[in-house]
Design a binder for this molecule. Structure first.
Ligand code: ME8
Length: 514
């Protein structure tokens, strides 16, 4: 039987500015899913990268006084660095300035042209460089100072009037609606799906897909006075990485993608334009597009004017990588907006990691080091309390898997923490420190049970906190086999354990957090 494939993507990030918390968020979420599916034994391909063309990036390069290519080289390297520092396990990093991408984008264009989906005309209307998006007049608001902005995003728009190629998006209205109907899980969460359905129902106009006023883009094949619209260029990245247009390429079997993970502001591009392009090109559609919410910082929107972009790297240095990863995925139900504050981060890390999981591991492992010869203790006859706790532990992977299938990280983590709390209550109730004086075999059974529970927790949490859980599994004497399947074997009694040290130090409450 061939292995199940799982192809997951992040958006490719614009290189007009440095990476920040928002980018780290999507990448961490995608990374956790990629790692979860690998843990389940699937053949995973995880893609991220940078979106380097377009007017916005060109303007940023100009402002920096640097040639666009040199400018994008620098910022793309910074995005790679951020991914490495967040322990993002991407299998490839696509840059839209790479020759392989230019070839893929031009090939898709030609395919669309052959399919009769492209025609030459002229675009007269509004364009927001900040969003790299065209807007209808009905989507704009006039500010008191007379400037026009996109109502949804507040981005200023300019009036554009230039020759342009168009994609026959209007032809796809019914086909898209039929597709959404037949594939209810294609757009998630549900509220976004409803939004997209009503947008498409309200009528689709043909989409301008080339620009002539600047040149920082992929040239349109056969008419090099045009560059491709940056969103058409960018969306093709998901095909570039699997070797398109060579559908016999080594990675071609990953298509269609299992999941495009995106922020809520770019759902329309992924759930309307992208599937329409793919339909026109005769390619299968991705299984799912999931849009997550936005982070504000200490109550404010992150923006250039406020200068409040959070670079996660200093934060990681300060509070720890896995602590930041955990916070991002636990604090806010995935799909909702959330607010980042130092106070919330510190409170969450101390409550769940230092006092919760860290304390459970430390209590158990240091007790074993002191009182059970530093080995996995021998298991005696199990009592009802042991059976109950172990049954809860064995049920955990499936429960987490169900939450991960819904892309509900907070629920997955909540399941794990229910088990951690149950294990805490179990220790308090079984009181191994008393059994040490009265019933050593029972004490050993209790400790064995706790090690079994910690192993399940450690294995299941690897995708969320890879480094710390590797350490926890080392402390438990677990060998190299750490997949979900490895839970079918029992812990080997007598395994000598290394001296444990604390997993998650308590953070000092921040006096300036208010
Ligand atoms: O849109 N909160 O790139 P981009 C949460 N190049 N997530 C955030 C965020 C925030 N405050 N800010 C950014 C683009 N993000 C295009 C994508 S894909 C073919 C092309 C995340 O640099 C979120 O995932 O503006 C959002 O969709 C993405 O960064 C936008 O990154």
């Amino acid at each position: 039987m061939s292995q199940k494939t799982y192809y997951i993507t992040t958006p490719i990030y614009y290189v007009n500015g440095a990476p920040h918390l928002g980018h780290a968020y999507t990448s961490t979420a995608a990374d956790t899913l990629a790692r979860w599916h690998r843990l389940a034994g699937e053949d995973v391909f995880f893609l991220t990268g940078t979106d380097e063309h377009g007017q916005k990036v060109e303007a940023a390069a100009r402002q920096a006084g640097v040639e666009p290519q040199a400018f994008t080289d620098g910022i793309a390297a910074d995005f790679r660095d951020m991914a490495a520092r967040m322990n993002i396990s991407n299998d490839d990093f696509v840059r839209t300035t790479q020759p392989r991408h230019k070839a893929a984008a031009q090939a898709l264009w030609q395919r669309l042209e052959e399919a009769g989906a492209i025609y030459l005309g002229a675009y007269e209307g509004y364009y927001a460089v900040r969003d790299e998006a065209y807007y209808d007049e009905s989507e704009l608001t006039r500010r008191p100072d007379g400037t026009m902005v996109a109502t949804a995003t507040g981005a200023p728009v300019e009036l554009v009037n230039e020759p342009s190629y168009f994609f026959r998006l209007s032809d796809y209205q019914d086909r898209l609606l039929d597709y959404y109907e037949a594939h209810p899980g294609f757009i998630a969460p549900q509220a976004k799906r409803n939004e997209i359905v009503s947008f498409v129902k309200s009528g689709l106009r043909d989409l301008s897909i080339s620009r002539t006023k600047f040149s920082w883009g992929v040239p349109v094949p056969g008419n090099e006075s045009h560059v491709m619209y940056v969103w058409l260029d960018a969306l093709v990245n998901y095909l570039t990485a699997i070797g398109y247009p060579d559908m016999e390429a080594q990675r071609a079997h990953y298509w269609p993608a299992s999941l495009h993970l995106v922020g809520k502001e770019i759902i329309r591009f992924h759930a309307v334009y992208w599937p329409a392009f793919l339909m026109a090109a005769g390619l299968p559609l991705p299984h799912r597009v999931f849009s997550h919410g936005w982070w504000t910082v200490e109550g404010e929107k992150m923006s250039k004017s406020l200068g409040n972009f959070i670079d996660v790297r200093p934060l990681v240095e300060e509070v720890g990588l896995d602590q930041v990863r955990y916070f991002l995925l636990r604090e806010v139900p995935f799909g909702n907006d959330g607010d980042f504050s130092r106070r919330a981060l510190i409170t969450r890390v101390n409550a769940d990691l230092a006092n919760g999981l860290g304390n459970l591991a430390q209590r158990t492992l240091s007790f074993i080091a002191k009182n059970a010869g530093g080995q996995i203790p021998p298991r005696g006859i199990l009592q009802e309390a042991d059976h109950t706790l172990l049954a809860q532990a064995s049920a955990l992977p499936e429960r987490v898997d169900a939450a991960m299938a819904r892309i509900a990280f907070h629920e997955a983590l909540d399941e794990v923490w229910k088990l951690i709390r149950a294990a805490d209550a179990y220790i308090d109730h079984q009181a191994p420190w008393s059994l040490r004086k009265t019933d050593l075999p029972r004490m050993n059974t209790v400790l064995y049970t706790l090690c079994g529970v910690l192993r399940v927790v450690g294995i299941v949490l690897q995708p969320f906190m890879p480094d710390s859980m590797a350490r926890l599994l080392d402390y438990l004497g677990v060998g190299a086999e750490r997949s979900l399947d490895s839970l079918d074997t029992s812990l080997a009694e007598g395994t000598v354990l290394p001296a444990p040290t604390g997993l998650f130090p308590r953070l000092l409450e921040d006096p300036h957090a208010d």
